[in-house]
Design a protein around this ligand. Structure first.
Ligand code: GDP
Length: 175
């Protein structure tokens, strides 16, 4: 049956964002007890597997980290051409990291992929007193650039599961 074919379908999901925005923390939260930190990685990329149930299927999100923008630029088209979803992460307490999102969008557009989905993630919302990028600004940018918008905290875990469930169900739907 159709639903059986979806078992163990793997999708490559790429995290993009400046250093320290929380990409590794997001991977850690997604992987839970299976998280194994990469020690001294030379290529600067690594992934974790997150199984997300969607209806009767089990979707395997292979969540890759790029360890910063410079690496992403030099990874080349072959690396991200198989990417089905991009999660663009910024830190709501750091304006620079928000402004960098535009650059990542440009890079994705230059890659000229067949199909890709983009998610804008405003991370560290638990640090509300240090917040400098407000929700409206984030949502406006996401809307203008055809991205779904999520406010998250990798510290409390707020909305991380919602984000990953959304990614998985979107990918299954377009499959
Ligand atoms: P990366 O460089 O993008 O992989 O960022 P990391 O995941 O290494 O996180 C950088 C720092 O920010 C670490 O000290 C994390 O503990 C912290 N951090 C990540 N996400 C959050 C969050 O949502 N809230 C808070 N308060 N700290 C966070």
């Amino acid at each position: 049956s159709g639903s059986e074919n979806l078992f163990d379908v793997k999708y490559k999901v790429l995290l993009l964002g400046d250093a320290t925005v929380g990409k590794t923390s997001l991977q850690r939260f997604a992987a839970g007890k299976d998280f194994r930190p990469t020690i001294g990685s030379t290529i600067g990329v690594d992934f974790v597997n997150k199984i997300v149930p969607v209806e009767k299927a089990r979707i395997n999100l292979q969540i890759w980290d790029t360890a910063g923008q410079r690496n992403f630029r030099t990874l080349g088209r072959s690396y991200y051409s198989s990417t089905k979803a991009f999660i663009l992460v910024y830190d709501v307490t750091n304006k620079e990291t928000f402004h960098l999102i535009k650059e990542f969008c440009d890079l994705i557009e230059q890659a000229d992929l067949d199909t890709e989905r983009r998610y804008l993630v405003a991370n560290k919302i638990d640090l509300m007193h240090n917040r400098v990028v407000d929700e409206e600004e984030g949502r406006r940018f996401a809307l203008r650039n055809s991205m779904a918008y999520f406010e998250t905290s990798c510290k409390t875990g707020e909305n991380i599961d919602d984000l990953l469930e959304q990614v998985a169900s979107d990918l299954v739907r377009q499959h």
